[in-house]
Design a protein around this ligand. Structure first.
Ligand code: ADP
Ligand code: MG
Length: 233
């Protein structure tokens, strides 16, 4: 279909515009979700770790949010720059195992986006994969080791599968969020093989992995802002 002015209008699902502002809104939404769930995340970490995951992340995402919204530093101009800036902020403020890992995830995703002003569905899938690869390389965890990889890897896989099937960014990002949540829920019976929880051996089974749950919050926030931007909710 072509408009009177001659600019092409895609048929069907035009999808949301993924510009720097949308990525900024994503991280603000993630900060709100982490703040809301901070106590629950810390309780999960109390069961199999050292009871700091919620507090660590709340501090880190609050710093990201401040950096992206307070106007005292120049606003990152592209989606890639937003993610690299946020990743640096997480590394600097979260500490523990999850700070460097999540910071690497966001920085790698940002680098995969390059200096594009807007991100399309294929690029978003590449960014999710780059984030997952970055975490796996840095932490050495594979799916099934009861870590954040158990949410990230299924999210990246589900995104790719759905995008290949439907070419819809919205459907793919929703599939990623659902897969991340399912992956996090499936960590319950697993025995931890990486990170602090692995010191517990068999006793780590029976509790969800806090890092997998916080990654699910992050991917769910992305799906929600994309849906809002597309006027779906
Ligand atoms: P710490 O374990 O240093 O206290 P946090 O409590 O903030 O750090 O984060 C713990 C989470 O980090 C775990 O639930 C797990 O998801 C993740 N994690 C720990 N080690 C690894 C690893 N090697 N690879 C991937 N994720 C890891
Ligand atoms: Mg901890």
């Amino acid at each position: 279909m072509v408009e009177a002015g001659g600019s092409p209008v895609p048929a069907g699902d035009a999808g949301p515009v993924l510009d720097a502002e949308l990525f900024r809104r994503w991280l603000v939404a993630a900060a709100e979700a982490v703040s809301r769930e901070a106590k629950a995340l810390t309780d999960l970490d109390a069961a199999i770790g050292d009871a700091d995951h919620g507090a660590n992340l709340d501090r880190g995402y609050a710093a990201v949010r401040a950096r992206l919204t307070d106007g005292s530093a120049p606003a990152p101009a592209t989606p890639g720059e937003v993610l690299v800036t946020a990743g640096r902020q997480l590394v600097a403020t979260v500490g523990g195992a999850s700070g460097p890992l999540l910071g690497t995830a966001l920085r790698r995703a940002g680098r995969a986006l390059g200096d594009a002003e807007r991100v399309d569905g294929a690029r978003l899938g590449e960014a999710l994969r780059a984030a997952t690869t970055g975490v796996r390389e840095m932490g050495g965890a594979a799916p099934g080791d009861k870590t954040m990889v158990d949410a990230l890897q299924p999210a990246a896989d589900a995104y790719d599968e759905e995008f290949a099937r439907s070419s819809s960014l919205l459907a793919a990002v929703r599939a990623a969020a659902t897969a991340a949540r399912r992956g996090a829920e499936a960590t319950g019976p697993l025995r931890a093989r990486k990170g602090r929880a692995s010191y517990l051996g068999e006793r780590s089974a029976g509790h969800l992995d806090p890092g997998a749950v916080s990654v699910a919050l992050l991917v769910e926030a992305l799906a929600a802002v994309c849906e809002r931007a597309a006027g779906r909710v």
